[in-house]
Write a protein that binds this ligand. Structure first.
Ligand code: HAM
Length: 421
């Protein structure tokens, strides 16, 4: 019978990899806490309407990448393609702004997008997502970017490039949109079908298109930075100044519009050459109109998400560094020895010593081979004859030394040696 495999684009994270994931998440949690961010856990399933209204109807995500289904009732539900919308929904639903107008929230978990799977692109992937709500001060833009760069530095990711842009606000973006529409008028036949369809609704999406023809057309288009109103211009200047205070290197990329419609003012991405076509490790930006668009008060926000699969694929840490080998392996030859091994092994585990034993009853040589394969630090060797003599052999597998120990107070003796090492 054929085995059932995982769904295409959905990937297992194996025990050999999870140590690295846990370590990276631990560092993220530490840094997020230093910057005052607190964890929120939001559901994986939301009403489809939430993503349509926040991410935007004319985006790739909403148009073709969402896992949406009609629930048994008559409600459309969607596996979350990102977390910002859900966090803002929770912020509103629990009226968090009434207790404190400023909220720094983060969440870590899986997201779902039905994209074409390729290197660095999965249909289920994981993000570390941080959102700062309630402040529109440009210093907070720099603060959030500093936190992101600090994290990437701590986990020793190299060759990263921070790109920033400003997408203006509801005051200045319409004039840019008009200029862009005028520029694209008459060039429709050179654009891909998606862009042709979308330009009426949202011409900015052409900047995000990966089709060669669209890239060529948009290359000469007007640029948003030339259309910013004085308020947005000032905001962007201050963000750049504040980044300078922390010596954060960046490049202004006026073509970066990001693939979600909720952004206003500052947007940013961290890219690397190590990832091929899917070069963004993290992306984010300001979304000052989103809370209001989702039915709440006029509260600004800014945040980012880091793609964990991409990050981990370029992390310099070796998987082996995070494997947790047993501290002790018990090899037992004979019935009495197996019985004693079973009880000692599990009692030591309950006392905090990572212990493994062999249940096979195979030869000493084969049991020690397994101890070696597991990279156990110590091995306890029990044999029926030695038990009669009230003794056992204790081997330091790393040093290659061995001593005879008594069976009275065996666990105490072992704990003393193992904890003392
Ligand atoms: P995003 O740019 O769509 O932004 O995703 C952020 C990161 O998630 C990307 O830079 C990438 O590393 C990773 N990512 C996205 N799609 C995939 C995929 N199919 N496979 C693997 N990794 C992927 C957002 O999601 C926004 N919610 C970020 C944000 C938060 N903006 C404000 N607050």
């Amino acid at each position: 019978m054929e085995i059932i495999t995982a769904v295409r684009g959905f990937k297992d994270i194996l025990p050999t990899e999870t140590g690295k994931w846990q370590y990276i998440e631990k560092i993220a949690r530490e840094i997020l806490a230093n910057f005052g961010f607190r964890e929120i856990r939001v559901p994986i399933l939301e009403k489809t309407e939430l993503f349509k209204r926040s991410i935007g109807e004319s985006t790739d995500i909403v148009e073709k990448e969402m896992y949406t289904f009609l629930d048994r009732g008559d409600e459309y539900l969607t596996l979350r393609p990102e977390a910002t919308a859900s966090i803002v929904r929770a912020y509103l639903e629990h009226v968090m702004y009434a207790q404190d107008p400023v909220a720094r929230l983060f969440t870590i978990g899986p997201m779902f997008r039905r994209e074409r799977p390729q290197r660095g692109r999965y249909r289920q992937f994981h993000q570390i997502n941080a959102e700062l709500l309630g402040l529109d001060d440009p210093r907070t833009d720099a603060e959030v970017i500093l936190m992101l760069m600090q994290f990437l530095m701590r986990i020793e990711i190299s060759d990263l490039h921070l790109q920033i842009n400003s997408l203006g606000c509801t005051k200045c973006r319409p004039s840019f949109r008009k200029a862009l529409s005028d520029f694209l008028a008459g060039k429709e036949d050179r654009l891909c079908k998606d862009c042709q369809r979308r330009i009426a609704m949202n011409p900015l999406r052409v900047f995000d298109c990966k089709t060669t023809n669209c890239i060529e057309v948009i290359d000469h288009a007007p640029q948003i930075l030339n259309f910013l109103c004085p308020g947005c211009m000032d905001h962007f200047t201050r963000v750049k100044e504040a980044l300078g205070m922390f010596a954060i290197a960046f490049e202004v990329n006026p073509k970066m519009v990001r693939g979600l419609d909720y952004y206003a003012k500052t947007t940013f991405e961290v890219v690397t050459e190590h990832l091929g076509a899917q070069n963004a490790v993290a992306g984010g930006g300001r979304y000052d109109g989103l809370v209001k668009d989702l039915g709440g008060p006029d509260i600004p926000g800014i945040g980012f998400a880091i793609g964990l699969e991409r990050l981990i694929s370029i992390s310099p840490f070796m998987d082996e560094k995070f494997l947790m080998p047993p501290q002790l392996f018990i090899a037992a030859i004979g019935d009495k020895a197996q019985k004693l091994a079973f009880s000692v092994c599990n009692r030591l585990r309950t006392m905090g010593i990572t212990t493994e034993m062999d249940y096979s009853g195979k030869s000493l040589k084969s049991q020690m081979k397994r101890a070696d394969k597991l990279s156990s630090h110590y091995a306890l060797i029990l044999g029926d004859r030695e038990i009669l003599e009230n003794k056992a052999e204790f081997r330091d597998m790393q040093k290659g030394t061995q001593e005879t120990i008594g069976l009275d107070d065996l666990e105490k003796t072992i704990i003393k040696i193992v904890k003392g090492s």
